[in-house]
Design a protein around this ligand. Structure first.
Ligand code: FE2
Length: 270
């Protein structure tokens, strides 16, 4: 395998409305995917979280991707934990973790589709691994000198996560999952980004940036030669830090990145 394809932050229901007519929705999803495919799809697709708000729709999308990809690997983003209606809260017994559990279970039933949640997946000698990860407020603490308490207050005011996620992932547990797989990965996949050094302009002084990254320095110091795929911020990026290539290829909402598509990432074995 020389390349894999990457996308994140698809937010499917913003592109294809969730409707009861499954056949119609399936064909709409198929044509949506046909539109964002690269000219020559790789064998492996990586989705770095934020598939969408409805598990049924996400499953149709994963199945649709399989028309082109032999393997589809994905991790969760914050939106994959959202419960946006009382019906969803009831269905998942008021637990976002239950929603993600259902998603993982149904996805794993599709041959060739593999959730990444603190586990590894080796394909033709390339090891992929990761988990959704979570933000840890480090940006605001380290760059803006803010206290955790103040940032937490701001998080409650500014982020939808507080309204739609019940039982957030716990940062320490996500950290443990990542630590467990990190060493063996050639390709690391997280939804939340590990490094904010490439954040510029108004976002550099905006405390909200604290909710889009975690301090990944302890991993990045041991990441030479790895590729680290992430998302959560809807701005694409491709740069290196300490010999690790960090790539974000977020699709984002329909009005954000009108020309974005899947990208192919070259794997350089070291
Ligand atoms: Fe996100």
């Amino acid at each position: 395998m020389q390349t894999f394809d990457l996308i994140s932050d698809i937010h499917l229901e913003f592109w294809i409305p969730f409707i009861q007519n499954v056949d119609r929705m399936r064909s709409q999803i198929d044509s949506f995917i046909d539109d964002i495919l690269p000219d020559k799809p790789s064998k492996v697709l990586v989705i770095a979280g934020d598939l969408g708000h409805y598990n049924e729709q996400n499953i149709l999308m994963l199945t649709s991707f399989r028309r082109y990809y032999e393997y589809v690997l994905f991790t969760f983003g914050n939106h994959d934990l959202y419960m946006i209606s009382s019906a969803q809260r009831e269905r998942y017994n008021n637990s976002s973790i239950n929603r993600w559990g259902e998603m993982k279970q149904h996805a794993a039933e599709i041959p060739g589709v593999f959730p990444l949640d603190g586990n590894l997946m080796e394909i033709e000698g390339v090891t992929f691994g990761g988990t959704g990860m979570w933000y840890d407020y480090s940006f605001g603490i380290q760059e803006l000198g803010m206290t955790k308490a103040r940032l937490h207050k701001l998080w409650k005011q500014a982020m939808n996560d507080v309204n739609y996620i019940i039982e957030s992932p716990i940062f320490l547990q996500e950290e443990e999952k990542l630590s467990k797989v990190f060493k063996q990965c050639n390709v690391v996949v997280t939804h939340v980004g590990p490094d904010w050094s490439n954040v510029h302009g108004k976002y550099r002084i905006d405390p909200i940036t604290s909710f889009f990254y975690f301090d990944g320095s302890k991993w990045l110091s041991q990441a030479r030669g790895k590729i680290w795929c992430y998302g959560h911020t809807h701005s694409s990026n491709d740069y290196a830090i300490e010999g690790c290539r960090l790539v974000n290829n977020a699709l984002g909402y329909p009005n954000e990145n009108p020309f974005s598509k899947l990208v192919s990432i070259e794997i350089v074995q070291v």
